[in-house]
Design a protein. Structure first.
Length: 132
């Protein structure tokens, strides 16, 4: 039983978000069965192949702007992924660290534009996301 049994907020009930959540649930159920997660715990790390599978499935860097090769999703997609990883108890799989902190999250494009206006240098963020 969940700690808080409350319905999701209206902004998370968008049909596209629900489809994304269903897709993420199916992927992680298939790709990260309990035996595999146990292997991560025993090895002390998630194997590189799982990160690659997750990227190939489209679940890494979801908020990277389309201009830089990403899907340009918004923060709701990150919330879905964080929720799915938590609910499926994917212990050790630091998707939030990778997507939200490592890639700058949904705010990264705004921060990059603010930095460009302040410094006049655009290549910093373009270089960071090129070929993502």
């Amino acid at each position: 039983m969940p700690v808080l049994d409350v319905p999701p907020p209206a902004f998370m009930q968008d049909p596209d978000i629900q489809m994304f959540a269903d897709s993420a649930n199916r992927f992680f159920e298939r790709a990260a069965p309990p035996e595999r997660v146990l292997g991560w715990r025993e090895a002390g790390q998630v194997e590189r192949s799982f990160w690659r599978e997750t990227g190939a499935a489209g679940f890494l860097g979801v908020t990277v702007p389309e201009a830089y090769g990403g899907p340009g999703a918004d923060f709701r997609h990150e919330l879905v992924l964080l929720d799915v990883v938590a609910r499926q108890n994917l212990e050790g799989f630091a998707l939030g660290l990778h997507n939200v902190i490592g890639n700058g999250g949904a705010e990264a494009p705004l921060a990059a534009e603010a930095r460009f206006r302040r410094t006049g240098v655009r290549h910093r963020h373009e270089r960071a996301w090129r070929g993502f």
